[in-house]
Each structure stands twice: as C-alpha cells, then as structure tokens.
Ligand binder design. Structure first.
Ligand SMILES: [Zn+2]
Length: 120
C-alpha cells in the first residue's frame, strides 16, 4: 500500500519492462481498478487484479506487432504485451478478472475517426 485516505487505497505492484516499473491498484468503496502500465504479461498484474472491476492493461495488436522492424519486435516481445497474451492472461480460470479489450493505437498515435469531418 502506497497511499490511503477515506476514499481510496492505492497499492503498487512490480511489473516487467526494460526499466523498473510498477502497476497500481485503486480500491474505492464502489470499485477496484488496476492499471498495468507499460509491461510484459506478469502474474503480479493478474494477482493484483483478483476480484477487480476494471483492468486497464497495455496491449499491442498481434498484426501491428508483426509489422514492426525486427529490432523493435524483439524489444516489444520482451517488454510488452500482445492482445493474444493479454486475453490468455485475463481469462485464466484461476483468477476472477474480467475486462474488455479495446483497440490500441499503433505507433502511439490515436486512430483517426472514420467517416467524420476533421475538427474546425
Ligand atoms: Zn514500453
């Protein structure tokens, strides 16, 4: 536990990236939210998500991953999570972790809206 007040308790847990990294669990009277941060899949994240309401986890689409140059693909495979790995991790039957997977943004750019006019 790294913080607590009357409305929230924040717990940090180690994640796995090229640098020291942490995820966070926020427990409130109504909800529990876990944020993985930038990480490869870890048991610590799923342990932290046990009975959480929402897991926000970084993930990269397998198709996008395959298009990366080899050196970036190797770094990504070691330090990040593909959508397939996330689905396998989040649906393990030994964990009460439910979440939805929403599309990411290849290259860190937000996807452009389809069929709408640009803002003026
Ligand atoms: Zn990263």
């Amino acid at each position: 536990m790294i913080y607590r007040d009357a409305k929230v308790t924040v717990t940090a847990f180690p994640t796995k990236h090229a640098l020291e990294s942490y995820g966070y669990r926020f427990d409130t009277p109504d909800r529990s939210i876990v944020i993985s941060g930038d990480t490869s899949p870890t048991d610590e994240t799923i342990n932290a998500c046990n009975r959480c309401d929402v897991l926000i986890h970084e993930a990269r689409a397998v198709e996008m991953f395959a298009r990366l140059p080899e050196e970036r693909r190797a770094f990504g495979a070691k330090n990040h999570t593909t959508s397939e790995l996330l689905a396998a991790l989040a649906t393990r039957p030994d964990r009460a972790c439910s979440s939805s997977i929403t599309p990411g943004s290849p290259g860190g750019q937000m996807p452009k809206p389809q069929g709408t006019s640009p803002p003026r």
